[in-house]
Write a protein that binds this ligand. Structure first.
Ligand SMILES: [Zn+2]
Length: 575
């Protein structure tokens, strides 16, 4: 009896101790769990998690499994029984061009009969429009740059759609990354310049002896909208032969195959009968750069870009916060929505899709907290963006042990931007960039897990504080960072949708009292022409903006529903 009793007591003590330990570890972010998630997500098996690839989809399923384990409900609300169906129910699919191939009808030939071989002598780019053109002449357009602000124009004449421009790579400043032409010299802006000048196609001379070694010959697509004209790379030899051609034929045929890509969304319903209708979103992107290419800073492509800090760190943090809040009793009053975004590296594609196809009402989303690269804390330094997007943020951030660098702006190079565009208060957590940024060497062993856990405790505390208040946060328009040199001098007051890639530029919103508002533009409008220039994507739009002058009236064409409207807009000077 005694023995049994003591055993029972001992057993009880053991269980209680265990329970206490379990509760504590449920409440606090765990460095070892973070390490577990990061080492898996940043392992070779994930192949760099490039959106649309098997590696990224495996990562998405892993996150869905963790959400399920934490007790989150799938965003689509259905309770599934089969493991595969359970995982799938957490996934929100968004469209994504994952594969680009040459089609059959690629022709570049001269009247003399000489034909150039696609893939060897020339190569259409992944962004090229598919068209068949009979061309009557070649325009030698230098670097192919027009930049009003820099007083530079490589297209001085008047051109027609029957002409093709041939240009060099690079800029008059050479490869200087801090030169004056870094923006205007980008491929996308060169395409916009050619379109604006009125030529029918653009050929870019390869800088390599063998065209196949040229990075532009890789046939990749950035998911940022098609060019309005055919765009191709040509070899130096072909360029010489074409220099004085008077009649040539150009046909481009690029096949862009859509593959599914995913956001992973899990919901933890609030406990207050009324306030649970409001929600707080916690997000982090899980995609990375795969084996390099677009966005990579590695000298050559081919190696796995592990993306431990960018952004397996934020993803692991998201999973940890899901676990902690999933175990919390009682639950928070408001609903928490956990989202792991895809397509961030290609231009915030997943978060942009989400804000246009929200799974809980967006007008009830009272805050969005984004974690992107939170694994490399040094000297206790933490950067937080978006503090100017709600009047309460600064006060909520007042008490911390970190040495904080606060930034007002709600826009920034990560997914919180998509939410700020919809006028939702945002915060962005970031421990800063480093030498391994966007390189294969961003590996799990370099992550500072202890400090990441401390950052997550701060995030959790802020989420609890936001939830504890009776009133929702007060949204404010944040001060934007002053435009960098080369920024635009005119202001329209449009809020473009940077991820929509169909014809024209979709507007998410219009700022009050702005030139765009006065012109009669509305959210949902699609700008297709400015001052007679075709606008196919955000680059064409940005380029057209750079060519405008404040105080001068321009004609702007928009598609609204089934209507096509012609409006007049007068840009204001940006101060
Ligand atoms: Zn990145």
């Amino acid at each position: 009896m005694k023995k049994r009793f003591t055993t029972l007591v001992a057993a009880l003590i053991v269980t209680t101790t265990f329970a206490v330990v379990a509760q504590q570890s449920d409440r606090e972010p765990s460095p070892s769990k973070l390490q577990q998630h990061v080492s898996y997500l940043a392992s070779d098996a994930m192949d760099g998690r490039r959106t649309g690839t098997a590696g990224a989809n495996d990562a998405a399923r892993y996150i869905a499994g963790e959400f399920s384990r934490a007790g989150l409900t799938p965003a689509n609300g259905k309770v599934e029984r089969k493991p595969r169906a359970i995982i799938a129910s957490y996934l929100q699919t968004f469209p994504y061009v994952g594969r680009v191939e040459l089609g059959r009808n690629n022709v570049l030939s001269m009247r003399s009969g000489e034909a150039f071989r696609a893939g060897a002598d020339w190569m259409p780019l992944g962004i090229s429009a598919n068209q068949t053109l009979d061309l009557t002449g070649v325009v030698n357009a230098g670097y192919g740059i027009t930049a009003n602000e820099l007083n530079h124009n490589d297209y001085k004449g008047t051109y027609s759609k029957n002409q093709v421009a041939i240009i060099q790579k690079g800029t008059p400043d050479g490869d200087n990354p801090h030169g004056r032409f870094t923006t205007a010299g980008q491929l996308r802006f060169k395409v916009a310049a050619a379109q604006g000048a009125g030529v029918g196609a653009l050929l870019i001379i390869s800088s390599e002896e063998d065209l196949k070694n040229d990075t532009l010959a890789r046939l990749s697509y950035d998911n940022a909208g098609l060019a309005g004209i055919p765009v191709a790379l040509i070899s130096k030899q072909a360029a010489e032969k074409l220099a004085n051609a008077t009649e040539l034929k150009l046909a481009t045929d690029v096949v862009r195959a859509e593959v599914p890509a995913y956001n992973v969304v899990g919901v933890l319903e609030g406990s207050d009968p009324v306030l649970k209708n409001e929600n707080i979103i916690i997000g982090a992107h899980y995609d990375h750069l795969g084996r390099g290419g677009e966005g990579s800073l590695a000298p050559r492509s081919g190696e796995v870009h592990h993306g431990a800090d960018d952004n397996a760190s934020g993803t692991a943090g998201l999973i940890e916060l899901a676990r902690i809040f999933g175990a919390q009793r009682p639950k928070l009053k408001r609903t928490l929505v956990f989202i792991a975004f895809g397509g961030e590296e290609e231009g915030l594609l997943g978060s942009n899709y989400y804000v246009n196809h929200p799974l809980v009402p967006l007008d009830k989303t009272i805050a969005m907290i984004n974690m992107d690269m939170i694994g490399r804390m040094k000297d206790n330094k933490l950067m937080i963006g978006g503090v100017g997007t709600a009047t309460e943020w600064r006060q909520l951030l007042a008490k911390t042990d970190f040495s904080l660098t606060l930034n007002e702006d709600g826009f920034g190079p990560s997914d919180h931007s998509s939410f700020y565009m919809k006028q939702i208060p945002v915060l962005f957590f970031f421990t800063g960039t480093h030498v391994d940024y966007h390189k294969p060497s961003d590996t799990f062993d370099k992550i500072n897990y202890n400090d990441e856990a401390r950052i997550l405790s701060l995030v959790a505390r802020i989420v609890r504080d936001v939830d504890a208040a009776d009133k929702r946060l007060t949204y404010t328009t944040a001060k934007s960072e002053p435009p960098r040199t080369g920024g635009f001098r005119v202001y329209l007051g449009t809020i473009p949708n940077y991820a929509d890639s169909s014809d024209g530029l979709l507007l998410d919103g219009i700022r009050d009292d702005s030139p765009a508002a006065k012109a009669g533009l509305k959210a949902g409008d699609r700008i297709v022409k400015i001052d007679n220039r075709d606008v196919k994507n955000v680059y064409d739009y940005t380029h057209a903006l750079g060519e405008m002058k404040a105080g001068q009236e321009y004609v702007i064409e928009v598609v609204r529903g089934t209507e096509r409207l012609t409006l007049k807009i007068t840009p204001a000077a940006r101060n």
